[in-house]
Design a protein around this ligand. Structure first.
Ligand code: PRX
Length: 635
């Protein structure tokens, strides 16, 4: 494979400049040299950033699973593609070779076709982190069905909303999932979710926990007997470069989740290129990303990126603290992991435990360690660097988003000198810029601004499923002609970027992107609640936690506050999922609002942080007296 891999900073600058001067030539060469195509493209890219209209590799024909699996078979058929490490360390790990992966994906693809799934149909996948999840995703891609993986921690109503938004025809789930010492009743959640989903015709059920579950006649089918009957051969669907590959939902600043749509060829090229360059993957390496496949990190860097490179990738079913705090380090030791990719929240939660948990395992195989999902604070960075990387492994702090499809800003290992809390330089091909409040591009360094990307890149989402207008408004109108990330950033004196956090109403909690609006909507549905406002506040482990300011209806006034707070949290948990629970709830009699009725969240944020020093300009507030009252209530 030749991906313009760079060996030193000088080469980085050279390639970066080339990628900006001649982006078409840059991506053309990468796409040409590293993939198997049925038919090449007529044109590398066509775009109108004003209209949020972007196409890559026009009229090319390809199937991503041919590139993930088939083309490796001759050389790597017996190489392990996936190592499955179960939740319970006493259960044996599985090693799935590329040959076996081919058979399993082919069988699953045939099952899907037999069950009436065709190219373009949407399939919702709601599975724990087991090999069947990977196989289901790849089988959809094989036959051109659009996978919509929903993280198996979401509640029934969140599943309903996602299924209905994209009108999924099928759900693939399991009888249950293991998570640390608990098992989760996934099928029960799906049954509840499917009470209001007219588009779903069939549910395929994987056996994992052997829990007693209900099977609905005519709708639910056990998967294994179908697979046992299926033929281990499958002719892949020929996909156009811009045919949809998957939908993945992310939170937004209104209640409705955004179904980000990624298409085939551009996503493939970008996932593969970024994986190779950021993790420096070499043939016998064992790569492990601890994310869940239900998030974009899992899509791009557990499945597609590694498999496109013929890598060995670990799928881990468990959690970092089960059966003890040494679990991550034990898995690295056991499977001789060479690249390890995790989230700051996990690092912070493990850093507060005794370092013996790390010291007692052999981590000498590690070469590169990565971080993703939220800003990594200085203390966590150093702990990771010292205790896990032993100061020999570069820490790649990778900045990107569900919308970007792949990593955008990150150090290149052994090339870019790392700097704690900095994602450093944009990758070649990524034209990052900072914009000031007057929508001008800031040329100089040592500045802060809104982070935008000024030229398309192959991995970018193409639209929001069913709502192109929202796509355009959310990402392409704040800074016309540019993609706006929603993040603020600082650029230091050498041009390194440090992401300072969201500048919109999204809060990143434990690396999960949570829109405040959907949580407020859920809270407001509680019969005792009149209105609410959610803000984030700093939290030692989670990065940010949620603080809710809640106004009660008269009927709620007489209720016990602690009980009510519990009920509200349960309500949030069942509407969105346990990750959206509030850490703090303060009942208030009003919220600070501008004359146009907008809640002034800036003030609430300061109160939640406990910083009462300077509320800035409050002259536009309709009810300035409420600020004092809320402040008193907090004290
Ligand atoms: O705010 C940024 C933060 O996570 C957001 C994207 O969230 P999501 O779409 O769920 O994707 C997460 C995994 C790619 C970004 O807008 N974020 C992500 N990576 C970093 C980060 N913030 C700081 N540093 C990072 N390395």
């Amino acid at each position: 494979m030749s991906y313009y891999q760079v060996k030193n900073l000088e080469q980085y600058f050279k390639h970066y400049n080339k990628s900006i001067r001649e982006p078409r030539k840059f991506w053309d060469k990468i796409a040409e040299e590293n993939f198997t195509w049925y038919q090449k493209w007529d044109k590398v890219v066509e775009f109108d950033m004003q209209e949020a209209d972007v196409k890559w590799f026009l009229n090319a024909k390809v199937n991503i699973t041919k590139n993930c699996i088939d083309r490796h078979l001759a050389k790597r058929g017996n190489k392990t593609a996936i190592i499955f490490e179960p939740n319970d360390p006493k259960e044996e790990a599985q090693h799935i070779t590329y040959n076996e992966l081919y058979d399993r994906v082919a069988k699953m693809a045939n099952v899907l076709r037999d069950q009436g799934i065709k190219k373009g149909d949407r399939v919702c996948i709601y599975l724990p982190m087991i090999p069947e999840l990977a196989v289901s995703v790849l089988a959809c891609a094989r036959i051109g069905a659009i996978h919509s993986v929903v993280f198996a921690g979401f509640s029934a109503s969140a599943v309903t909303a996602r299924i209905n938004d994209s009108e999924c025809k099928m759900v693939i789930t399991a009888d249950g999932g293991f998570r640390g010492s608990k098992s989760i009743d996934l099928k029960g959640i799906v049954d509840e979710a499917l009470e209001k989903t007219p588009s779903v015709e069939k549910v395929l059920v994987v056996k994992r926990t052997n829990a007693e579950i209900k099977m609905k006649e005519g709708r639910d089918i056990w998967l294994q007997p179908l697979l046992d009957e299926a033929v281990p051969n499958n002719v892949a669907e020929i996909m156009d470069a811009e045919d949809p590959l998957f939908i993945l939902y992310t939170s937004g600043s209104t209640g409705k989740p955004k179904g980000m749509l990624h298409t085939t060829a551009g996503y493939m090229v970008f996932a593969a290129y970024t994986f190779k360059n950021i993790f420096n993957y070499e043939e016998d390496d064992v790569y492990w990303c601890t994310a869940d496949i239900g998030w974009i990190t899992g899509h791009s860097y557990i499945l597609y990126g590694p498999l496109l490179n013929g890598a060995t990738t670990v799928i881990f079913e468990g959690i970092p603290s089960y059966p003890d705090f040494g679990r991550f380090w034990e898995v690295i030791d056991k499977h001789k992991v060479t690249q390890f990719y995790t989230a700051p929240t996990a690092i912070r939660s493990l850093a507060k435990e005794n370092t013996e948990w790390v010291e007692k395992h052999d981590l000498s195989t590690l070469k590169v360690i990565g971080s993703v999902g939220e800003p990594i604070n200085e203390e966590a960075w150093h702990w990771y660097n010292n205790h896990v990387g032993k100061k020999r492994c570069p820490v790649v702090d990778t900045w990107w988003q569900t919308e970007t499809g792949g990593i955008m800003i990150s150090p290149l290992p052994f090339v870019t000198p790392t700097k704690p809390t900095y994602a450093t330089f944009p990758l070649p091909g990524v034209q990052a810029v900072l914009m000031d409040e007057r929508r001008n591009e800031i040329e100089e360094n040592q500045v802060v601004g809104s982070l935008c990307i000024k030229f398309p890149w192959p991995g970018m989402a193409r639209t929001i499923w069913g709502d192109h207008q929202r796509f355009k408004e959310t990402y392409f109108t704040a800074f016309p002609g540019k993609y706006f990330t929603g993040d603020g950033a600082l650029r230091d004196e050498v041009g390194y970027y440090r992401i300072t956090g969201r500048v919109d109403d999204v809060v990143i909690v434990s690396g999960h992107n949570l829109g405040t609006a959907p949580i407020e909507d859920a809270i407001n549905e509680h019969p005792a609640v009149a209105e609410s406002a959610i803000v984030g506040f700093p939290h030692d482990i989670k990065g940010n936690a949620l603080y809710g300011f809640i106004i009660l209806k008269e009927s709620g006034e007489s209720r016990d506050r602690a009980n009510l707070a519990n009920e509200i949290n349960q309500h949030v948990s069942s509407h969105i999922g346990p990750i959206a629970k509030l850490d703090k709830i303060q009942f208030v009699s009003g919220l600070p609002k501008t004359r146009s009725g907008k809640i002034m969240r800036r003030i609430l944020r300061k109160i939640a942080e406990g910083d009462f020093s300077n509320f800035g300009d409050t002259s536009t507030l309709l009810n300035p007296e409420i600020v004092e009252e809320i402040k008193e209530g907090k004290l």
